[in-house]
Design a protein around this ligand. Structure first.
Ligand code: F6R
Length: 358
């Protein structure tokens, strides 16, 4: 069942090169003209989800706004449901749910549909409630995810959102054919890049061992990697029970910097994208207050070595594609911290894989 892995979570993390590749190849056959026309003519998109799926939505907002130039709002389903919604027939609601059974997400979509919105589900489980209730469904092709912590379904949700944003951009002429084709090529190389990150498991486990006794963690990211900081913190807290927070690095000086002392591990997402210099200044702010720094950085970045205590290198890619890579070391880091602490990573306390109650 676990195919030689110790836990389903570990197996599912290692399946990602395949599940990402399968989701890429399964994407285009799910698209029809009707779906595109609906979204291309939308004046606003709401992305509604819970937990890890919500974090995928936050990344999706960057892509849809960048490539398709449609304004996107992302909300927790449990919050969205009880707000006064502004909906018309040009409103599109995208509900993201691995299980397709999460009550808050389902009912938020059903309510919005009644008010005239068009609904799209991004779902992993074929035939699940959400896939039947939404006007359109886009599947992630991961097979069953058994570990309670979502891993392979998150990277697949990112792929669906990215490919969808690119198709919309092409259709709307908000991106050039050249950029579209270039990114499609780069996306095809994502599975082998994830493979390279997975080969670093041993050194990530060493880092986990070094910091496993910390009582708090801070995760920092900027722009499109900020939602990955949130996801890194969620993964760690739900399976290791260590308190963790994700923050946009630029917000640190507005409060959380007060937390930093020589006991606090700070995980900084610092890929070589256009926010690199700004992230380096944030890293320096942490270092000046003696925080322990673990950087996720781009292969070949030697400069960062003297600023941080530990580094996990990821392969170079386009700025827009980094979130699909930066999350992988964070999954492994939380997995190893939790297992070293003796926690049951596949069945964390107080959690169920599918939350079918409000
Ligand atoms: C976190 C986790 C949960 C789910 C959330 C939504 O690792 O698994 O936060 O992401 O309960 O579940 P779905 O995507 O099934 O709606």
């Amino acid at each position: 069942e676990k195919a030689g892995y110790k836990h389903f979570m570990q197996k599912e993390i290692f399946e990602q090169p395949r599940t990402v590749a399968d989701t890429i190849s399964g994407f285009s056959s799910q698209i029809n003209e009707d779906l595109y026309n609906t979204v291309v003519n939308a004046d606003r998109i709401y992305i509604i989800a819970c937990g890890t799926s919500y974090h995928a939505g936050l990344v999706g907002k960057f892509w849809i706004e960048k490539f398709a130039k449609i304004p996107v709002e992302v909300d927790y389903a449990s919050e969205y449901r009880y707000r006064d919604k502004i909906i018309n027939d040009k409103t599109v609601i995208i509900g993201i749910s691995q299980s397709g059974e999460t009550a808050d997400t389902r009912f938020a979509l059903i309510d919005a549909q009644k008010e005239g919105a068009k609904t799209i589900g991004i779902v992993n489980v074929v035939g699940s409630s959400l896939s039947r209730e939404a006007d359109y469904t886009l599947y992630t092709y991961c097979g069953p995810e058994i570990g309670v912590a979502a891993t392979k379904t998150f990277t697949a949700q990112l792929i669906v959102l990215l490919l969808f944003a690119l198709e919309l951009g092409l259709k709307k002429n908000t991106i050039t054919k050249d950029l579209y084709e270039d990114l499609q090529q780069k996306i095809l190389s994502i599975p082998s890049k994830i493979e390279k990150i997975l080969l670093k498991e041993k050194s990530i486990k060493d880092i986990a061992y070094k910091y496993m006794n910390a009582s708090d963690f801070l995760f920092l990211g900027r722009n499109i990697n900020y939602p990955i900081a949130l996801e890194g913190a969620l993964k760690l807290k739900e399976i290791s029970y260590i308190h963790a927070e994700g923050y946009p690095a630029g917000e640190m000086k507005h409060g959380p910097i007060a937390l930093i002392d020589d006991k606090l591990p700070v995980v900084a997402l610092a890929p070589m994208d256009k926010f690199y210099e700004k992230m380096i200044s944030n890293i320096q702010e942490v270092k000046a207050r003696k925080g322990k720094l673990i950087a996720v950085a781009t292969e070949g970045d030697e400069n960062i070595k003297e600023l941080v205590d530990d580094i996990i290198y990821i392969p170079k890619t386009e700025d827009e594609l980094y979130p699909i890579l930066t999350v992988v070391p964070l999954q492994l880091l939380s997995y190893h911290i939790a297992t070293l602490l003796g926690k049951d990573v596949d069945q964390p306390r107080n959690l169920a894989k599918t939350v079918t109650v409000e």
